[in-house]
Design a protein around this ligand. Structure first.
Ligand SMILES: Cc1ncc(COP(=O)(O)O)c(C=O)c1O
Length: 391
């Protein structure tokens, strides 16, 4: 049978990263491609114990349907964590999702009509771009100059072509690893407020901080619910759990409830109960410290290896947190074409072009340092430099 799909399907491209990860998953390939945490650091036994405890307590409601907003004690716990980060919130402002990717999808479903403009950083997280595209959004890019976000140009752009939403990952961004300064955060917030445009603040990496003090989230600087904040346990606990949350005002949460009901009714009851058990019985703060230490070491290791192998042929970001380094070769390189050569040589990266809505920077690539072991980082960067030199 020949299916006739909805028009929006034309805007749903296959995830380039997932297709590529299939090759990069082969054991001989050293992969800097995925956005994967280090699996050996997952708190496996604590999560096992959490599931055993909630299942063993004899309460069958752990397998029952639940409310769409999510399990109240877990929302209370997350709300307390958010308040500790300076975000004023109550449990009623927390909405649980299957990872922040679902949060992005639900928010886009609520806000974007075909042709509406999403204003975002170029480059931006590929998964967000794909979601916006699937709802037939158009894109505009946040203007920058040498000092960062150009607020005068931004205001002019918003005045001339008002976006429906602004999407930002301000802290240790995927793919570049860069962070918006407090001044930039406040400038975007001021302009968004003035023109009544909601900001989506996507913050999966904020806790993966290696050098500096945490900057306030944009949501914590806002006074009028302009900012819809997305959080997730994917990077601090484990991405396979699929658990994230949205911080938003109650009227928006009511709309999210209806949107999520049409998608999956609610997030897994058992998962929510087990995660609540984990958070209230084990030392999640200590666990995050352990990951920070390991990732800081891997970041430093990759930076040293880049210095040794790429100093005469590339520039790269030096992120203070997160999982990624953004490496840029001279303009004559096209990393989309370089990738098959790298894969043939058993090393993988994500070509930079995938993270742009248009006008891609084709000589850049995203390198993940959280997943490969230090020895693989050493070997992989050396391999990559040989491949680049021969290309
Ligand atoms: C910026 C950004 N937002 C959202 C996500 C999706 O995260 P989750 O696993 O919570 O759906 C990712 C995952 O890599 C990401 O990098």
């Amino acid at each position: 049978m020949q299916y006739t799909y909805a028009e929006r399907v034309n805007y749903m491209a296959n995830s380039a990263i997932r297709e590529l990860l299939k090759i990069a998953e082969q054991p001989q390939v050293i992969s800097f491609a995925g956005g994967l945490p280090a699996a050996e650091l997952f708190p496996l036994s604590e999560i096992k114990e959490s599931y055993a405890q909630v299942l063993g307590a004899g309460d069958p409601s752990v397998l029952q349907y639940g409310t769409t907003e999510g399990y109240l004690p877990l929302r209370e716990e997350i709300s307390a964590q958010m308040r500790a980060k300076g975000i004023q919130t109550e449990a009623d402002n927390i909405f649980l999702t299957n990872g922040s990717q679902q949060g992005l999808d639900l928010i886009t479903k609520l806000f974007i009509n075909p042709g509406d403009v999403v204003l975002l950083q170029n480059p931006s997280y590929l998964g967000a771009i794909q979601t916006f595209r699937s709802y037939q959004a158009n894109f505009d890019t946040i203007p920058t100059n040498e000092a960062g976000i150009d607020d005068l140009a931004l205001e002019l752009l918003i005045k001339q072509n008002p976006p429906k939403i602004i999407y930002l990952a301000p802290t240790y961004q995927n793919p570049t690893g860069t962070t918006l300064t407090l001044k930039e955060r406040k400038a975007v917030l001021r302009i968004a407020s003035k023109y009544g445009i909601p900001i989506i603040e996507d913050d999966p990496y904020g806790e993966l901080r290696y050098d500096d003090e945490a900057l306030p989230s944009i949501r914590s600087c806002s006074t009028d619910n302009e900012v819809i904040y997305l959080g997730t346990f994917s990077k601090t606990l484990a991405p396979g759990l699929r658990l994230g949350w949205i911080v938003a005002e109650k009227s928006l949460i009511a709309k999210l409830v209806v949107a999520k009901q049409g998608t999956d009714l609610h997030t897994s009851t058992l998962l929510q109960r087990a995660t609540h058990y984990y958070l209230t019985h084990f030392n999640a703060v200590e666990h995050i410290k352990t990951i920070r230490q390991a990732y800081k070491f891997r970041r430093d290791y990759m930076l040293t290896e880049l210095e040794e192998n790429f100093s005469d042929q590339a520039i790269w970001t030096k992120p203070s947190g997160g999982m990624f380094i953004w490496l840029t070769l001279p303009e004559r390189y096209d990393t989309v074409n370089l990738l098959p050569h790298a894969l043939a040589g058993n090393v993988a990266f994500v070509p930079g072009a995938h993270f742009f809505t248009y006008n891609g920077k084709y000589s850049s690539m995203r390198l993940n340092f959280s997943n490969p072991a230090p020895q693989q980082i050493k070997q992989g960067i050396k391999l990559l430099s040989t491949i680049v030199a021969a290309y």
